[in-house]
Ligand binder design. Structure first.
Ligand code: MN
Length: 200
């Protein structure tokens, strides 16, 4: 059976929809170039694996599997990232139900915000801050370096923040903290709630 290829998902909004928090230019490059490259890389890795089964062609399987993990995780984390956002809203807040979960886990919503920001600021090099659901339906803030390092098997990402330089340098230069602070205005809390409650 031929495995289905990965495809670049269309964004649920225009490239300019997140302005002024994230510029159209950043979105065009990020989605159209970077995310597209991860999709291409994932498909190339699958093709190489297929070739290693069907020919004498010598394939470095470890390298291919490393590439597959990097590119598939990049694809999935970006897909969630795009859906985690929508046009900026003033006083953008989660629902009362979601806020209750944050209160129970982190003390209060503001404590969640500051713990998440800390995780995002402290990613060494390129990576992500991720709000995840654990197998017992608890929530936890995790950090992923690159697209793969520190990922915990069985944890489901419900909200992802890309802090690779390509995600914010055009708009915020080296000020990652300003990018994180502005980002809360575009978070799509309805999507986060659907992911947490299993409806997305
Ligand atoms: Mn990215």
């Amino acid at each position: 059976m031929v495995r289905q290829q990965y495809t670049l998902p269309e964004l649920p909004y225009e490239y300019s929809a997140l302005e002024p928090v994230i510029s159209a230019e950043t979105m065009r490059l990020h989605h159209g170039t970077h995310h597209a490259a991860y999709v291409k890389g994932a498909n190339s890795a699958l093709e190489l694996l297929e070739r290693s089964r069907t020919s004498e062609h010598d394939v470095d399987v470890s390298a291919v599997l490393r590439s597959l993990s990097f590119n598939v995780n990049g694809h999935v984390l970006h897909d969630i990232f795009w859906k985690s956002m929508r046009a900026p809203q003033k006083r953008n807040k989660p629902s009362a139900m979601l806020e209750k979960i944050f209160d129970e886990t982190f003390g209060c919503f503001d404590d969640f915000i500051s713990e998440f920001k800390h995780a995002a600021l402290k990613v060494e090099g390129s990576g992500w801050a991720v709000l995840s659901k654990d197998p017992d339906n608890g929530i936890l803030i995790t950090q992923v370096e690159k697209h793969t390092v520190n990922h915990i098997a069985g944890y489901t990402p419900v909200l992802t923040l890309d802090v690779w330089e390509h995600a914010y340098y055009l708009d915020y230069r080296s000020d990652r903290g300003a990018y994180i602070d502005a980002w809360w205005d575009v978070v799509n809390w309805d999507f986060v709630e659907q992911r947490l409650t299993g409806n997305s």
